[in-house]
Design a protein around this ligand. Structure first.
Ligand code: KG4
Ligand code: ZN
Length: 346
């Protein structure tokens, strides 16, 4: 059985084809082919994602990318058994493009369609890696819009242990980067600049670090960065900018690491899965690895290229649900999108 998956929740159009092991046989679904188009260059001029432009670009890209995926796999549409798409959360118009194309294709082929939760895609993306995790585990989900710690007992069994009360970690990276005059999306740019800086140069707050709960707050950090940027004046030196970038990154990473350790301690679990765009951050990976080795905890990451949005994670999440008989298949040609959707309700 093969699943064609579509991702279009924000600023990346992703399409991928995943194959399940033959019925009754154990094993992980396998990625056969994938293609991705990032809209970053298009949105950069505006300093952030422009929803209407995002939707229009998804429309332009989705069919050529689908053809590319099938050609890579040397298969045709008749070889696809299920069509998966990101149902939410995300930008309503952008979601509608992927959902509309997926459900139309499913109807034309007489095959079922299935809506996937975007964060479930991120969460299960490490199962596409060479070193997949085993259930149960604690998941640190750090994307542009979400920062959550979760207890994951199985596919579809998600208990939120803690989450951000304001900005997400990715947002903290992006907003701080913007204050430093870096292009969108700021996370990777800020972390690059931070390589030249000293992490102890500026004293920045670590909100809720000692709250004793696995919750987060990053809005205050952004304000503190703004204060420092103002103090540096109109022409900060390259070194000052790098120092502030390094200090900002260190503050975000320290909170993420401490809270992950707290969640691991509270649950008694010895396995951590990191997913979402911020999971690509090199300092976060180094610090988590060091902290977890000391505590006998295994850490799993998606492949670097699968940290940010992609179609493979959507096809994979659908495939893992199909294996368990818990995919919400629809064959009536109807669909909806859920711009806001709690993962614990998925
Ligand atoms: O998961 P994702 O691709 O999209 C959402 O679902 O939100 O995450 C995007 C976020 C952005 O905030 C981006 O700045 C951040 O991930 N990001 C990074 C890095 N790469 C991406 N943040 C810090 N360091 C990175 N290397
Ligand atoms: Zn995402």
């Amino acid at each position: 059985m093969r699943v064609l998956g579509f991702e279009s929740s924000c600023d990346e159009t992703g399409v991928a084809l995943v194959e399940l092991p033959p019925a009754g046989q154990p094993g992980m679904p396998k990625l056969l082919a994938q293609a991705l188009h990032s809209q970053i260059a298009m949105h950069q001029a505006y300093g952030g994602v422009v929803p209407e432009l995002a939707s229009r670009d998804h429309i332009r890209r989705v069919l050529p990318l689908s053809r590319e995926v099938l050609a890579q796999a040397q298969l045709g549409l008749q070889d696809v058994d299920v069509i998966a798409y990101t149902e939410g959360p995300g930008l309503a118009g952008a979601l509608l493009v992927g959902a509309g194309v997926a459900v139309s294709l499913a109807a034309a082929l007489g095959k079922p369609a299935v809506g996937v939760h975007h964060l479930e895609g991120h969460l299960l993306s490490p199962f596409l890696s060479a070193d997949p995790p085993e259930f149960p585990f604690v998941a640190l989900l750090v994307s542009g819009g979400h920062t959550q710690l979760m207890r994951v007992d199985e596919v579809g069994q998600y208990e939120i242990l803690g989450e951000t009360i304001d900005d997400a970690a990715g947002e903290a990276f992006d907003k701080s980067a913007k204050l430093l005059g870096l292009p969108y999306p700021g996370g990777p740019h800020l972390s690059k600049l931070a390589e030249q800086g000293r992490a102890d140069a500026f004293e920045l707050p670590r909100p809720l670090l000692h709250s004793g709960k696995p919750d987060f707050s990053f809005a205050g950090l952004k304000t503190a960065v703004l204060t420092q940027v103002k103090k540096l004046g109109d022409a900060p030196s390259e070194q000052q900018r790098a120092d502030l970038a390094a200090s900002t990154q260190a503050a975000i990473v320290e909170v993420l690491v401490k809270k992950s350790l707290l969640a691991l301690r509270n649950t008694g679990l010895k396995r951590l899965v990191v997913a979402g765009g911020v999971g690509a951050n090199a300092l976060l990976r180094t610090e988590l690895n060091t902290a977890c080795v000391k505590r006998g905890v295994r850490v799993h990451y998606p492949e670097l290229s699968l940290c940010t949005d992609n179609g493979a994670m959507i096809a994979m999440a659908a495939a893992m649900r199909l294996q368990r008989g818990t995919a919400r298949l629809r064959e009536d040609g109807g669909f909806g999108v859920r711009p806001r959707w709690d993962l614990s309700a998925a």
